[in-house]
Design a protein around this ligand. Structure first.
Ligand SMILES: [Zn+2]
Length: 182
């Protein structure tokens, strides 16, 4: 089995070693994400493998899944969001590769991967997982049509609206009534 991500990781070394990780992280371990959501149903589950691809590009490949609860912008109720995201990062040397890379190489990296500037210092690799989840959050989360509290009639005691809804809900009762008459 793969080990969970460590607190600190030298990403270049991880590529050299072909290191692969799998594990889970609670919302409390992802404080930037925790600040952006209402809550989570269970931890984030992730896999992340460091390697060189066929073109010798240093990459980090994996996936992350998490069930989050957000605040609906329309009714202020909770709205669930199940994320299952692929991770495909191309490691580039921070503040050097962007200048050094030939023009022919840059589009290939951009097509397949998201560029990840990496310095020489080890980083907390959970930040990569957290970034993927943060980037996938909708700017203005709202419920699906029919699930949003704000979509209900503004006045539920309004008899004309309630009557209209009842007829729509139960057309077969009307048919049955007609048939039994005839
Ligand atoms: Zn809503």
């Amino acid at each position: 089995m793969f080990a969970p991500l460590p607190q600190e990781l030298d990403l270049w070394r991880a590529v050299r070693l072909g290191a692969a990780f799998a594990g889970s992280a609670t919302l409390a371990q992802l404080p930037r994400l925790a600040a952006a959501v209402v809550g989570a149903d269970g931890p984030a589950r992730y896999t992340l493998a460091f390697e060189r691809d066929a073109a010798r590009q240093a990459v980090a490949l994996g996936q992350v899944a998490m069930d989050l609860r957000l605040r609906c912008e329309r009714c202020m109720g909770e709205v669930g969001l199940s994320l299952e995201l692929p991770i495909a990062l191309a490691l580039v040397h921070a503040a050097s590769d962007s200048d050094r890379l030939g023009l022919d190489q840059v589009p290939a990296v951009a097509d397949q991967y998201e560029a990840l500037p990496v310095g020489d210092e080890p980083i907390n690799p959970l930040n990569l997982i957290e970034d993927e989840l943060l980037l996938a959050l909708p700017l203005a989360p709202i419920h699906e049509v029919g699930e949003c509290q704000a979509a209900l009639p503004p006045d539920p005691t309004d008899s004309t609206q309630a009557g209209a809804l009842d007829e729509k809900k139960n057309p077969f009762a009307v048919l049955a009534a007609l048939k039994s008459k005839g």
